[in-house]
Design a protein around this ligand. Sequence first.
Ligand SMILES: CSC[C@H]1O[C@@H](n2cnc3c(O)ncnc32)[C@H](O)[C@@H]1O
Ligand SMILES: [Zn+2]
Length: 437
Amino acid sequence: MQTIDTLINARWVIPVNKQRDVLEHHSVAILDGKIIDILPSDQASSQYSAANTLNLEGQALIPGFVNTHGHCAMSLFRGMADDLELMTWLNDHMWPAEGKWVSDEFVKDGTLLAAAEMIRSGTTTFSDNYFFADAAARAAIESGMRAQLCPPILDFPTNWAQTPDEHIDLIAELIGKYKDNDKIKVIFGPHAPYTCSDEPLIRIKELSEQLGVPVQMHVHETEVEVQGQLDERGNRPIRRLKNIGLLNDKFQAVHMTALSDEDIDDIAEAGAHVLHCPESNLKLASGFCPVDKLQKRGINVALGTDGAASNNDLDMLGEMRTAAMIAKPVAQSAVALPAYEALAMATINGAIALDWDKEIGSLEVGKRADIASIALDDLESQPIYDPVSHIVYASTRDQIKHVWVDGKQLLNDRELTTIDKAAVIENAQQWQKKIRG
Ligand SMILES: CSC[C@H]1O[C@@H](n2cnc3c(O)ncnc32)[C@H](O)[C@@H]1O
Ligand SMILES: [Zn+2]
């Protein structure tokens, strides 16, 4: 008998491994935050003596979701400006509100609110593209989640920094500060082609090479952006980034609509990653990402919610379903993005995009124990021919019951263990009063 920390016995284990297995009546053994075994449950009890055993009859274990793109603190702006085109939403609503309200305290409170919502919907890793990233890091650490922080760089002054160089210097400092933290990565997050001139992009390219750090950027969010850049700079955004040298296998391109065949060739040749945010693209009428076409070219496509001010939730289960549904009419094929591939997009593909796939993204021996359990035993999930089909096409986030990061339980039967839910609600309501008052 080997002594371990946790043994989880489940009706299904869906590892999202290369073979795309679905294991029935299996158990996951956890020691020191790592998965040390996945084996049939009838063997587990005689092999392992666990400090903590959970019997999750009727539940499936999946890798925790990896939400590759968002603006956590913007949760405090949820529902403030809906039903608008992207540039109206940004110019007339978000940027003025950010100028007035965004601070260290705003980011800490907003990021905790976002983390609580993400944990309760099965997300274990998030990427955050926002100002005052040290406050976001503190919130991530308090929540117990894993986070990639990509603080932004823009040509114009923000509440966080006055110049592009000042933004870059702050980011470089944070990269140093968190370099030894296993659960926090800091990378560069230049905002978009239309807010970043060549000079800061060249400096970001040089620093990202020097420090071995990825770059995440909104690119090709709308046809208007592509046409505007073509008129202003004589190049499509993807070609401009390629010319600057930013397009490589550490580049995370958010949105990617309005793509030409040459754009797709450039991304494929560079090995860059596409972070697809279907619900934000739908709500802002931004455009469609050709997921099936990209995947057929071997491009890694991962999933993100974007911020709660343009989505308006941070629900990766819902995002995955939307992604699966929308990929089909976009490809004009019902075969495009089948259920298991949609689940892969929300988990292992995200880990690959964030260069974290050696540690997370699938349930495999040796990986960190970042796990979510989902209940499939109620009426709405009956009968079950294929649990993956139900997870993608017929489940909602209230079915997420338990969540672990690094083997530590962050959600226990839908109760948050690291975040004070009442305090988060109270803070959010206080911010709403100040903002609207
Ligand atoms: C890049 S840091 C935050 C910066 O981005 C703005 N923002 C939020 N969502 C989007 C989006 O979908 N496209 C472009 N810019 C976005 C946010 O308001 C911040 O100013
Ligand atoms: Zn965004």
